[in-house]
Ligand binder design. Structure first.
Ligand code: NAP
Length: 268
């Protein structure tokens, strides 16, 4: 009998995650005998012994907050793209070797494509964490000339021009796309957004990486101003499918489209 494949999500405080549901839909649709479970641990629990335990138990796992950078030293090999982004969200375990990838990157690029932006020359990325760094790299790869990363605290993103929020209002108030890569607007920060309505009105497109709630304050305001916008659900679904492509190696483009439509209908 075919061995059950075991996958999971490593993170801290992740009981809210939609990933077990998303991957469950994929395995059912493909007729694959696989499970996907949460590995919810405290930050200080990640060490070599813990990772060895993951190797014994899993065929692969996703990685989320706060381990996307912390997992890297425990891996045997990291794919070039994940190295450039500096974060790993997908690990394949093969012959006891751990290989790291970043599929958030593909999900981000796919979502930006959905906005069908005719001229993408400037971008504002709110936040300086793992998702913001990935977004900056992806936007540069898309050929965006001016990418600004915005921080409350003066933290910087190496590849971008970095500034604080008050400086943004004065020096760079408009862009072709504003990306929210902070938790503002999520369930823990409902009715909050990082920028003023005045600054928001000067953006041509808005991408909020949050998917719960479906429409954050930022997206509701952008929509009321007639600004084309998108939330983080497509990114979440595409990063999950890209991870399954790496783990299962048999996911075709046709599977990809039909499964992603099915998942989005179920989650809405
Ligand atoms: P992270 O590493 O914790 O970084 C978040 C950044 O946001 C921080 O570096 C911080 O930058 C800023 N920030 C934190 N709290 C804030 C607050 N109260 N007000 C304003 N800014 C604040 O998290 P991450 O992994 O980059 O994720 C960021 C967001 O993207 C999360 O909401 C996450 O759920 C979402 N995300 C979605 C997907 C998807 O598939 N849709 C994938 C990855 C991430 P400063 O301290 O420099 O201001």
């Amino acid at each position: 009998m075919e061995k059950i494949k075991r996958f999971g999500l490593l993170g801290s405080g992740i009981s809210y995650s939609l990933s077990p549901h998303i991957h469950g839909v994929v395995y059912e649709a493909l007729g694959v005998n696989a499970t996907y479970e949460l590995v919810d641990i405290k930050v200080d629990m990640l060490d070599a012994d813990f990772v060895a335990g993951l190797v014994d138990k899993f065929d692969g796992f996703n990685v989320t907050i706060p381990f996307k950078e912390k997992i890297i030293p425990f891996l045997d090999c990291v794919d070039d793209n994940a190295l450039r982004v500096g974060a790993v969200n997908t690990v394949l375990i093969e012959n006891n070797q751990l290989i790291g990838y970043n599929t958030d990157y593909s999900g981000f690029i796919y979502s930006v494509g959905l906005l069908r932006i005719d001229k993408l020359e400037s971008a504002i990325v709110l936040g300086t964490g793992g998702a913001a760094k990935m977004a900056v790299q992806a936007l540069l790869d898309l050929g965006v000339e001016k990418v600004i990363a915005v921080s409350r605290t003066g933290r910087t993103v190496k590849e971008a021009r970095s500034m604080q929020y008050d400086q943004l209002e004065v020096e760079h108030p408009s862009s072709d796309i504003l990306v929210n890569a902070t938790p503002l607007g999520s369930v823990a920060h409902l009715n909050e957004m990082g920028v003023t309505s005045e600054l928001l009105s000067r953006q041509r497109h808005v991408f909020d990486m949050i998917y719960k709630p479906e429409k954050t304050k930022l997206l509701l305001e952008a929509e009321s101003m007639g600004i084309p916008c998108i939330n983080g659900l497509d990114m979440l679904v595409v990063q999950a499918l890209e991870a399954d492509k790496i783990w299962l190696k048999g996911l075709t483009s046709a599977d990809f489209m039909s499964i992603s439509t099915k998942i989005k209908l179920q989650i809405k």
